[in-house]
Design a protein around this ligand. Structure first.
Ligand code: ADP
Ligand code: MG
Length: 621
């Protein structure tokens, strides 16, 4: 047998290695933007065509490259940023692996133009399949322009794996925002297919946050500023009332590098605890700066994870910094900051971090005062309800006969349609609740009976189902009528949300919303669904978008499906709403007119039915 092992040709090895660094257009966006930042640019422009599949180009006014460096830059492991392994622990730049340009050149066609201040002419390079195809001098301004064209033109399998343009553009916008947020002193712009999406003038971090996340955060940001010898935590958190349904607006940067950390996120959530509703997410944009020696950023090629030398200290510090900030903005007059044990302990970072310190922080007067006084939202207590349900479920389960679950077909439309409720009356004389009557309990449940038993309906779930089917029908049949607004409201969105809304406009129109783009990220609400309450259309749309983003990573749903579910969820009658008799009857009627009355689109039950025989059995009758 001959020997069978061979070295892969360079370009194939490069293509394989590139997969780690460049997975999609957004990866190139991140790498190219970071290179421009590292080059000391004060103005960085990003141009995208076809969601980055055709073109990702970054133009900067940074320090540029010499002719030799320009060619060198595309070699694997070629970097000007570290020289030895020790440098890794002193790293101040965003890049250091020397892999990005080599990877990009392996999987796309690249055009580089670059010029240093000291050179008269710049250099122009064309590279394809890791090979230089063309090189010539070029007259240009100082700085660099790197264009990546036709990503994966030579790796069709990868190209086919790219998602829809909307989805790839979303990833690009995310990466762009992460870099732009970290460097407010740099001008950034983003144009997609020739249309400007972002234009971010240089300014303060606060200005940058508002530019990016929208003017709704104006005057709603609380400054976080804690300095110690060990680390600094700087940035902003949103006031509790700005907390949203999705975790979208949450950013951690460690030494200016965007990171994801469930652990540190927990620290912030803890600081907010009881100031916001359970399943809502506060906005934060926090910069943790510490000695690079305390970090290992070499964990993952795309570098979103970071290892801290001492994670617990960072946790405690972040939590205290946020608590401190929140306390200052909200209840300053009643507070004595000297009493905050958490923060004081943290200054002495050489002390071991113990549970004792943690619990003393939690029991400090600072914590106590503002957690009690600042319950911005009513937090629903479901425990009573749970016991109430257990009360019915437990005995039947032990006997092996559980109450008829909603998914069982026997008691759906056929038994519980409107007619039957209205006409049967055999039990009506013996019970307080008359057949056909509906009783609301806890402002959350509807109870109704017929001669076969009784039904317990969850009003919120039921309404979600009703709306979902109504909207779905609007797509297959007649659009929902629009009611023109007499005094059209306008809605201002962040650039990213505006991109999203534009995408949804045709579908929204089918559902009765008439929205017109007006200026860059502003829309005029010209009309709303005919049966919608007037006055809250703006909030409704904002909430709908939030809800939509909540689904946006869920690949299994189509865009339209996500929209339907979002609106149904958002417009549904909520738990806690008291309903008039007429509203209750129509809710019940409409529920049982649905094609699938027994569960919400997400599969939560809308009602439970309890048969009379089973009740009788339970009581030994
Ligand atoms: N926009 C730019 N301006 C100036 N130099 C650049 C630019 N982009 C890349 N370079 C040079 O090319 C080198 C290789 O870049 P890259 O492959 O991204 O690796 P890294 O950023 O990890 O060093 C960099 O170290 C830098 O010297
Ligand atoms: Mg780089």
């Amino acid at each position: 047998m001959p020997d069978i092992i061979q070295l892969l040709p360079d370009n194939i090895a490069n293509q394989i290695a590139a997969g780690e660094v460049i997975q999609r257009p957004a990866s190139a966006v991140k790498e190219l933007l970071e290179n421009a930042v590292d080059a000391g640019a004060t103005e960085i422009k990003l141009l995208i065509n076809d969601a980055g599949k055709a073109l990702v180009q970054v133009i900067d006014n940074g320090k540029g490259m010499s002719e030799t460096d320009a060619r060198m830059a595309f070699e694997r492991h070629a970097t000007s940023k570290i020289r030895s392994i020790d440098d890794l622990f002193r790293i101040k730049t965003m890049g250091f692996r020397g892999e990005a340009l080599a990877s990009i050149a392996a999987v796309a066609q690249v055009e580089l133009k670059t010029k240093r201040a000291e050179d008269e002419n710049g250099v122009y390079l064309e590279i394809e399949n890791s090979l230089v195809k063309k090189q010539e001098p070029v007259a240009m301004e100082n700085g660099s322009s790197i264009a990546m064209k036709n990503l994966f033109f030579n790796v069709p399998a990868r190209r086919n794996f790219l998602k829809s343009n909307a989805s790839e553009l979303k990833h690009i916008v995310d990466e762009f925002i992460r870099v732009a947020m970290a460097f407010p002193e740099i001008f950034f712009s983003l144009s997609s297919n020739g249309q400007q999406v972002f234009h971010l003038e240089k300014g303060s971090l606060k200005q940058r946050i508002v530019q990016i996340l929208g003017s709704s955060y104006n005057a709603k940001l609380v400054s976080v500023q804690e300095h110690t010898d060990y680390l600094d935590v700087l940035g902003f958190v949103g006031k509790p009332e700005t907390a949203k349904k999705t975790r979208g607006d949450q950013y951690f940067f460690v030494n200016n590098r965007f990171i994801k950390s469930a652990y540190l996120n927990h620290a912030v959530m803890n600081a907010f605890s009881e100031m916001i509703a359970k399943d809502s997410y506060p906005m934060y944009c926090l910069f943790i700066d510490l000695d690079p020696a305390q970090l290992d950023i070499n964990v993952h090629p795309t570098k979103q994870e970071i290892k801290f030398e001492d994670e617990k200290i960072v946790y405690a510090f972040v939590q205290s910094a946020v608590k401190h900030a929140l306390a200052q903005f909200s209840i300053t007059p009643t507070l004595d900051f000297d009493l905050d044990a958490g923060i004081q302990n943290l200054d002495a970072v050489n002390k071991p971090f113990t549970d004792e310190i943690k619990s003393s922080a939690a029991s400090s007067s600072l914590y106590q005062t503002f957690t009690k006084k600042n319950q911005a939202h009513f937090i629903e207590n479901k425990s009573e309800l749970r016991h109430w349900k257990d009360f019915y479920e437990a005995p039947s389960a032990s006997k092996g006969t559980s109450p008829d679950r909603p998914l069982a077909p026997a008691l759906t439309q056929e038994s519980f349609d409107r007619g039957e409720f209205a006409t049967t009356k055999s039990l009506s004389e013996t019970s307080g609740l008359k057949t056909g009557q509906v009783l609301q309990m806890h402002n959350a449940y509807l109870l109704l009976q017929n001669d076969r038993g009784y039904l317990l309906i969850n009003q919120q779930n039921a309404h979600e189902r009703i709306l979902y089917e109504k909207f779905m029908n609007a797509f297959s049949g007649k659009a929902i009528a629009t009611q023109r607004s007499l005094f059209p409201a306008t809605i201002d969105l962040s650039a990213a949300d505006a991109v999203l809304l534009i995408e949804l406009l045709p579908d929204l129109q089918q559902l009765g919303y008439l929205l017109e783009p007006f200026g860059q990220h502003t829309f005029v609400i010209q009309g709303t669904p005919a049966d919608m309450e007037v006055g809250n259309e703006k909030t409704a749309l904002e909430k709908m978008l939030e809800q939509y983003k909540h689904f946006s990573t869920d690949l299994k749903f189509s865009k339209r499906e996500k929209l339907l579910r979002s609106i149904a969820l958002q417009q549904g009658i909520k738990t806690g709403t008291s309903l008039a008799a007429k509203e209750m009857t129509s809710l019940v009627t409409e529920l049982f007119e649905c094609a699938v009355p027994n569960s919400t689109p997400n599969g939560k039950p809308t009602y439970m039915s309890f048969k009379k025989e089973e009740l009788d059995k339970m009581f030994g009758r």
